[in-house]
Design a protein around this ligand. Structure first.
Ligand code: ZN
Length: 138
């Protein structure tokens, strides 16, 4: 069995951001030499997500509006967690958008649907964060 473990680093200039990381993950799949296997991608932080969806700016705006309705950033006083660090909304947004994604590797490539792309979702940015990529297979 072959395997590859790597970290991708992020430091977004805004508190929230969606970044298409598909090309970076594809590059690692190629480096791994795995032809048939699985690729796990997850943030190593509890205020960020990795998810699969459409690379369409209107949809990303809709996600932002929807998440702000579900878990508004302010006022900070509405959350008990904010007694510690004022990022309760980021924990809640991450929970909705998910922790990780697993994509099949077939014939040496990420086996994604036509419009599927892998995204890093940042909900408490402007600091260094990392994403784990673990590739296993043959
Ligand atoms: Zn927190």
């Amino acid at each position: 069995m072959k395997s590859l473990t790597e970290h991708l680093w992020f430091e977004t200039p805004t508190r929230r951001a969606f970044i298409n990381i598909t090309p970076r993950v594809e590059k690692l799949v190629k480096e791994s030499g795995v032809k048939e296997g699985l690729c796990l991608v997850n943030p190593m932080h509890i205020t960020a997500s990795v998810f699969v969806n459409d690379d369409e700016s209107g949809l990303h705006h809709d996600f932002e509006v929807w998440l702000e309705k579900l878990a508004p950033e302010k006022p900070h006083s509405q959350y008990r967690h904010n007694g510690y660090e004022d990022n309760a909304d980021a924990h809640l947004k991450r929970q909705i958008m998910g922790r990780e994604t697993v994509v099949a590797i077939t014939d040496g490539k990420l086996d994604l649907g036509t419009w599927e792309r892998i995204f890093y979702g940042e909900f408490d940015g402007m600091r260094k964060k990392r994403v784990l990529v673990k590739i296993i297979g043959e």
